[in-house]
Each structure stands twice: as structure tokens, then as C-alpha cells.
Design a protein. Structure first.
Length: 197
């Protein structure tokens, strides 16, 4: 009997650890705010208050936008890879509810949706260096760029080629540039007669 009781806290600790790990690998709080905002907007549409505003055919947009907002929040939770797109859609939908759904669920749902979308947009997945170390590679911040090495090697090879080529000293200084071919020669020809007078 005591063995069964002692395994109970271990099971809870493992479950709590798995929950925390799952929660840290996605924009949890942002998604929760988006879902809460969408739910609040949807509930204000169902209220039997004379202040309710319906735009469109039987207020379809008033029901459709909060439903899509809740779906966007669920996608933020269960498919966090596309979090940037989902968070931008959530912000746009929450702002669109201002017109279609009772001033965005009497402003509370709209603010929750905008704050949740902003949190989800700003969320960044945690760094996991143990995966990089297992593969035997350095983390990206400590690796040297392959492109830089290619450029350095190209310049070094070009410097070696220039050092091996003999310079043509005899022909370099024998040609004098023609005044008409040098840049600004026309300006010099115009200024000379003015100074001569």
C-alpha cells in the first residue's frame, strides 16, 4: 500500500514536468489570450442585450470572426511553427471585431485578442543546445561562416596570382594621356583662355 502512495507523487511530478515542457515550446499565454478574447466576443454576440450590433446578413460576420479567432488561438497552441502568421491573423481579426461584433466584445475581447496576438508574435522558442552538442557540432553562434572562408580563400589566391605576374614597368610610364581624353579636360580648356586674358 505504501508503494502505491509513494508512486503517486512521482507520477504527478512527471506529469507536471511534461506539462511545463509542452507549455514552454509554444506561445502558450498568447494563445490563451487569443482564445479568451475570441470566446468573450462570441459570448457577447449571443447576449440578449438591446445594445447588440449586427452587421451583414443576420450578423454572420459577428459570429464568423470570433470563431476564426478561437481557431487561430488553438492553432497557436497546437501548431506553433506558423506562429507569426497565426498571430498576425489574430491581431487583424481582433481589430476587425470592433466593427462586426459589438465594439469587439465591448472592447474587452478585442484587447485580449490584440494582446494575445502580440504576445504570440513576440514569443521565441527556447534554445536547445543539447541537440547541437549531441550531433557533435557547435551552436550557430560559435561556428565560422563557410561563405567568409570562401571569400578569404579567393582573395588569398588572387593576391598570390598578382604577386607571381611580372609588372610591365617599361610601358607603364611612356604613354601620356591626351588632354581631350582625360576627365574634366573640356573644363580645363575653357578655363585656360579665361586666365590668359
Amino acid at each position: 500500500m505504501t508503494a502505491a502512495k509513494s508512486s503517486q507523487p512521482d507520477r504527478w511530478q512527471r506529469g507536471l514536468g511534461a506539462w511545463r515542457q509542452w507549455r514552454y515550446t509554444r506561445p502558450f499565454w498568447g494563445a490563451l489570450f487569443v482564445i479568451a478574447g475570441g470566446t468573450e466576443i462570441l459570448l457577447t454576440e449571443a447576449l440578449s442585450v438591446p445594445v447588440v450590433i449586427h452587421i451583414g446578413l443576420q450578423g454572420v460576420a459577428g459570429y464568423l470572426i470570433p470563431i476564426v479567432l478561437v481557431i487561430t488561438g488553438l492553432l497557436l497552441l497546437f501548431h506553433p511553427v506558423q506562429r507569426t502568421f497565426y498571430s498576425v491573423v489574430a491581431i487583424i481579426l481582433a481589430l476587425g471585431c470592433w466593427i462586426t461584433s459589438n465594439l469587439g466584445g465591448f472592447v474587452v475581447g478585442m484587447l485580449a485578442g490584440v494582446i494575445g496576438g502580440s504576445l504570440a508574435f513576440a514569443w521565441r522558442p527556447p534554445d536547445q543546445p543539447q541537440h547541437e552538442e549531441r550531433r557533435g557540432r557547435l551552436p550557430p553562434s560559435q561556428r565560422e561562416s563557410v561563405g567568409i572562408e570562401l571569400i578569404r580563400a579567393e582573395h588569398a589566391a588572387q593576391d598570390e596570382r598578382e604577386a607571381d605576374e611580372p609588372a610591365d614597368i617599361g610601358t607603364a610610364g611612356t604613354q601620356t594621356p591626351d588632354d581631350s581624353q582625360t576627365p574634366g579636360a573640356g573644363l580645363v580648356n575653357i578655363i585656360r583662355p579665361v586666365r590668359a586674358n
